[in-house]
Design a protein around this ligand. Structure first.
Ligand code: NAD
Length: 517
């Protein structure tokens, strides 16, 4: 155990989660586990090796499929409210283990401990939501054009749902998907990011215990490990009717094509390029807090992180100066230490991409007003800590058009009316999250109108990140069009069936067609 891990109680957390002894690629508590090559998980916090996890081979995958297929037969027949009771118990276990799991998320992924706890809270919230949903999987009834007929539609379980998730929300995104899918009577196979495999095993241990206590098969919730090659086993497998994939746009394009090639369904939650519009009527203090949290929170590694600030020319210098002052106060360091605002990037590759983006924005004519840089020395031994940077730029710069998963904020100036700002805001390929800071009702409503933001999420007087589970979450354009979490997002995890019942002794045809024998 490293000094930091000991000081911040990581070992205790690993013991509570049953993942303390992960040096030889095996784990306790899993009835089927991978036997392939080993992936090593290093903490970006201190560079320590946390675990060695075996990847899933094709043969392992077939065993997992057999377990999932068998479990589906009984699980789908269990009444939805009874399935809800299992999710309720899962939520209770998460409440008990919130601190250790939040700590593991922070240590393996590098987000602050507070954000790690927040991620587990999201899991608990979606469990609560799912329990209520278990009594509300409503269909519709409609009037038939034929006398003595009744029509309605109902929703049935889909089957096996494949979940592919990204490193930056190593536990919550799985829970968003799986809690709803289970309520819908589906069983799930999850491939977490190869960068955060221990979080995946910890979650699997928690649900496996709940299933065991209820004499239910572990095949209801399956875990497979590895990189894109393991993910591809699911995207190409026509026994999996729905693949939910969260990650980069490049990954989404490959996954979408593979799933579509076999006419399966995919639910895509991909990258964003999120902006806040700051109008002359904005509250500057709120704007600065919202923009700084949005840009540097999770070290800029949220899909909803604020990447672009589109500021009206009349207040541009005021906002810029306030941001520069705020950035001077940021404390960068160990995310388990609650005094720090910004933790590390996920790995050295991410640091390279961060450095390249800063070079590129300057090459394209931008100007760094908060310089950034990689931190070295005591406390920064992992090599993953970087300074949040701010650059003045133009929206048509190539680098601004792409998502760099790091704390880099681009300042873009607009003049004239709000329409000009909206043109800039919508002038990117991605469409995840957006926000406007204004106290002007007309501006706020216009931003939310059909002519306004083209994103899946559009906020007024809050930043781009920090969504609640009650709303449907997702984005348009290259963000993939998927919706997860609240509202009616559950419908994608089910198949819809339209039923027509004739309770007469006649057989009239629809559209008045005559067919007499
Ligand atoms: P990534 O695309 O590198 O990997 C995501 C997952 O996809 C991993 O589990 C990976 O193994 C798997 N994968 C990659 N190629 C695959 C393939 N061809 N077939 C099957 N699986 C494949 O993304 P990342 O670096 O882990 O995460 C960061 C990205 O995720 C960012 O772009 C971020 O915006 C996005 N993200 C989006 C949301 C959202 O809800 N929209 C949420 C979180 C993260």
């Amino acid at each position: 155990m490293s000094k930091i891990a000991t000081a911040f109680g990581i070992n205790k957390a690993l013991i509570a989660l049953g993942v303390q002894d992960m040096n030889n690629g095996t784990s306790t508590g899993l009835s089927f586990f991978s036997s392939g090559e080993i992936i090593e998980s290093y903490s970006p916090v201190d560079g320590a090796l946390i675990a060695k996890v075996k990847t899933t081979t094709k043969a392992d995958y077939e065993k997992v499929m057999a377990s999932a297929s068998a479990a589906f037969i009984s699980w789908q027949k269990k009444p939805a409210p009874q399935r809800g009771e299992i999710i309720r118990q899962f939520g209770e276990k998460l409440r008990e283990l919130k601190e250790p799991l939040g700590k593991l998320v922070s240590y393996e992924m590098g987000k602050s401990y507070q954000e790690g706890l927040g991620e587990v809270q999201e899991m608990i919230d979606i469990c609560d939501f799912a329990v209520g949903l278990s009594r509300q999987l409503h269909g519709l009834t409609m009037h038939s054009e034929r006398p003595g007929h009744r029509m309605y539609e109902q929703y049935h379980s889909l089957g096996i749902v494949g979940i592919i998730s990204a490193f930056n929300f190593p536990v919550a995104v799985w829970a968003w998907n799986t809690a709803l899918a289970w309520i819908c009577g589906d069983v799930c196979i999850w491939k977490p990011s190869e960068k955060t495999p221990l979080c995946g095993i910890a979650c699997q241990n928690i649900i496996a215990e709940v299933l065991q206590e209820n004499n239910l098969p572990e095949g209801i919730s399956c875990l497979i490990n590895g990189d894109y090659r393991v993910g591809e086993m699911m995207t190409r497998d026509n026994r999996i009717p729905l693949v939910s994939a969260t990650g980069s746009i490049s990954m989404g394009k490959v996954v979408a094509q593979a799933v579509a090639a076999r006419l399966g369904k995919s639910l895509l939650e991909l990258g964003g390029n999120n902006a806040i519009i700051v109008t002359p009527d904005a509250d500057i203090k709120m704007t600065v807090i919202g923009a700084v949290f949005g840009a540097v929170g999770t070290a800029g590694q949220r899909c909803t992180s604020t990447r672009r600030l589109i500021i009206h020319e009349s207040i541009y210098d005021t906002v810029k100066d306030a941001l520069v002052t705020a950035y001077k106060q940021l404390r960068i360091g160990n995310p388990l230490d609650e005094n720090n605002h910004v933790g590390p990037l996920i790995d050295p590759d991410a640091v390279v991409l961060y450095k390249k983006a800063l070079e590129k924005v300057v090459m394209e004519g931008g100007q760094l007003i908060v310089e950034g840089g990689v931190l070295k020395g005591e406390g920064y031994e992992s090599g993953c800590y970087v300074r949040p940077a701010i650059a003045e730029a133009k929206n048509n710069f190539e680098i601004v058009q792409h998502e760099t998963f790091a704390p880099i904020l681009y300042l873009l100036k607009y003049s004239g009316t709000l329409e000009n700002a909206i043109t800039i805001q919508n002038g990117v390929a991605q469409g995840l999250s957006s926000a406007i800071m204004t106290n002007n009702l007309r501006e706020a409503e216009y931003f939310l109108s059909t002519a306004g933001s083209d994103c899946g999420i559009a906020n007024v007087n809050i930043g781009t990140s920090g969504a609640e589970i009650g709303g449907a979450f997702g984005g348009e354009k290259e963000t993939g069009g998927g919706r997860e979490s609240g509202s009616d997002a559950w419908k994608i995890y089910m198949r819809r069936q339209t039923n027509t019942i004739n309770y007469t002794s006649e057989l009239p045809l629809a559209q008045g067609i005559k067919f007499d024998l």
